[in-house]
Design a binder for this molecule. Sequence first.
Ligand code: C2E
Ligand code: MG
Ligand code: MG
Ligand code: MG
Length: 290
Amino acid sequence: AIMLLGAALGALVALIGIDFRRRDQSLMARLSRALAREEVMVLYQPVVNVADGRIVGAEALVRWQSNGDFVPPDIFTAIAEQKGMAGRITRYVLDHVIDEMGGTLRQHEDFRVNINIVASDLKDPKFFAALDEGLRHAGLKPYQIGIELTERSTADSSAAIEGIAELRSRGHVVYIDDFGTGYSSLSYLGELKVDVLKMDRAFTRTVGTDAVTVSIVPQIIDMAIKHHLAIVVEGIETEAQAAYFRNLPVHVMGQGWYYGKPVPAGTLKRLLERQDGIAAPGKGRGKSRP
Ligand code: C2E
Ligand code: MG
Ligand code: MG
Ligand code: MG
């Protein structure tokens, strides 16, 4: 009887497994079609200097609605990664960034748009070629396209580490994304040869609360300084959080709903124009509030 039960359980588990695989496969088939039909959108979330709220860059984020339902990007990008389809998303986003933001980037030499890539991109010569060609074609500087990678995707192999080194030698700025959520300890940061640390919003959330984890925020910041990394704080949602990071002795960049949600390229451009207007000589230097 126990064996029978075991067999039945095994069959059930196998069935659920197959079901998940089928569901993922059909999701990927739909994603593939959506990419081909240009139905996937790219939104841009402002990255600001926390000191004055000025927009200094943006992060490109994919948006996909399938049959009227919004599919969360972290879900479908993770499945795409498993199915070997993540490279197509990366390529799609890169092409759209260059297309939609190329003119703005040429106008603003110190402006930067970040893309999120996955570990497999780091081993893909086609990714490097596309990046190179895209920049050349649009007349952009390599540092204007920032590259974001999660801790997880950097830890796994020497190929990943080589890929990061290659990106940096080409002049790209490399970001370690969602820092603090990975498996590694904070001290591991010294081994990662990157330029910017993006502190995960899980830590930002603890600011102003009495959660024990609140003490991790200064630890992460100290660690970044020690390793000469710039800092982007993710998920700033409130004035209290903004004030906390504004009042740190060290300069940080920030991203979050307090400064701006992800928006279409046209909206981001209008925000930049408004900001340029404020900064223009003769018009006075109004304190640029987000
Ligand atoms: P991420 O790279 O850490 O992106 C930041 C996420 O935080 C975005 O979610 C953004 O909308 C969200 N966010 C920003 N500010 C706030 C805030 O103040 N409060 C809260 N609660 N959330 C905030 P999104 O767009 O849903 O993306 C989720 C994740 O999906 C991304 O995390 C990234 O890992 C992945 N992803 C998105 N676009 C791409 C892409 O083009 N390629 C790849 N490989 N992954 C992507
Ligand atoms: Mg990111
Ligand atoms: Mg992040
Ligand atoms: Mg995140």
